[in-house]
Design a protein around this ligand. Structure first.
Ligand code: FES
Length: 107
């Protein structure tokens, strides 16, 4: 039986050459962000229903750290460790995406 995850949160951990004009999420702190996200899910007892995964480049490098939540397909940019508790509590638990971090909003 597959793991019964209700949501997946993908965090870009891509690295580019240091002279890349697009930058990358790893240099903007994505590894620590993913660690904090995993810890926040564990602390709330959610790690068996919401899966935090590292991802390759999500093609939003200029807006890193880049995060996307499925199945709803909500894209976030400029996410920092300081945003994790709000993202977990407001979006993942209450179902209300964090508007100030959203990259694309459905009209
Ligand atoms: S390096 Fe993170 S979106 Fe491209």
């Amino acid at each position: 039986m597959p793991p019964p995850f209700k949501k997946h949160v993908f965090v870009c951990l891509n690295e580019r050459p240091t002279d890349s004009p697009r930058g990358d999420c790893t240099r903007k702190g994505a590894p620590d962000l993913l660690k904090k996200l995993k810890a926040a899910l564990r602390a709330r007892g959610l790690d068996e229903e919401i899966r935090a995964n590292k991802a390759g480049c999500l093609d939003n490098c200029e807006h890193g750290c880049s995060v996307v939540v499925y199945p709803e397909g909500v894209w976030y940019g400029h996410v920092t460790e300081g945003d994790i508790d709000e993202l977990v509590d407001q979006h993942l638990i209450r179902g209300n995406p964090v508007a100030r971090l959203q990259l694309y909003k459905k009209s």
